[in-house]
Design a binder for this molecule. Sequence first.
Ligand code: MN
Length: 460
Amino acid sequence: MTFRLRFTALSDVGRVRRDNQDSGYAGPHLLLIADGVGGAARGDIASSAAVEAIRKLDVPPGNDPLSELAATIHLAHDRLAEIVEGHPDLDGTSTTVSAAVFDGTQLAIGHVGDSRGYLLRDGVLRQLTDDHTLVQSLVDEGRITEDEARVHPHRNLILRAVDGVHEPEPDLFTTEVNAGDRLLFCSDGCSGVLTNHALAALLAIDPLETATSRLVSAALDAGSSDNVTVVVAEVLEDDDEASPPAFVVGAAASAPHLRISDESTGNLSDTEFAALSEEGLPLDPEDLRYAPQPPRRGSALRILAVVAVVVALLGGAGWGAYAYSQTRYYVSDNSGKVAIFKGVDLDIWGAPPLHHLVKSTDIPLSAIEPYFATEVRNGKAVESLAKAEKYVAGLPLKCADTSTIPVPSTPVPTPTPLKAPTRTATPTRTPTPTPTPTPITLPSPSTTPGTGTSGCTGAK
Ligand code: MN
């Protein structure tokens, strides 16, 4: 037996953010959610470009929909690389992608990031996708519980995205569907604030359009400070009825990636924009939302810098190599504390020192989330001192009572409250008596980045 999809989609900028960086797509053969990441680097462009690349799959699929999905996700990656090459100010733009191709009997799913796919069957909600987030990796390692993950200060941090830099590594799998199943693909603005119980109840509402609008309004009412996008479908027995046109919602509806030449830097001249970027704009948590997983032995950037220096030295261009090395910075370990170095993390016998300490901090590596501690130990290469400082300011502590990612100790004026405190009003936040987790001792507040580093009991 074959089926068809009844589908709809809805996206809302939310009550806090000024722009919608989510994009959604729903068509007879494709359901897709893309949550743009990057804050000032324009996540809307990334999500919208991803939808444009992947929507090609909204046709009756061929024999191997998973390969087609992998290929179009790669296409989105290539497109982003191209965009950033032409607009360096967009460096850092990236997007989650969760896409499902429907062939009449099953869904082929491709997934990167923390947007989610769910299937509701006979009142039971099943999450189809696994989040590529720091907190999910901590849950998988058994270090925190699902409940702790929901309120973890760094729950928004994603480790994989389509960014035009790192090879996209989507999870690829298929799942069968039955008549009557309901499907939900949504951004974290929805799944981050609603419990599975709430999602299941809302998704079951008839008709589908009402379920869709209720999901969005419930997420907003639950205190989502983010863009909220839902792509919803129902599996019906195929009755040869013609499908309505596809829905394109959120950023993709206005295709900002096709207009970036005029607007990527707003009204600022290139010089003004560069100056602002160097000094650092007010820190938007969205800027720090994406932390790509470092390759095992140092980042690509670091390897590139090291290779460039070695090649130049071998070629006899000693001075050139030294000069080049002195345009680089990296963040690394200095006697157990985080420090910023100028140069490249390399010692060559007979060559002048290729690096020196420019800034030490009192942040012990032991206080940082192990994932980032490893990254720092490996030497995190960055292009400028400003970027190094921003990276250090954003280093997540093992445990902090801030409700957001740590911000620099100098308070910066924030035009809009980027994190609405209302999220604490969600039912999931209600403290329940649980066995007291082992408290993690933090170094004294003056030695840690961020603002709120007072006592950390680990229990939230
Ligand atoms: Mn989001």
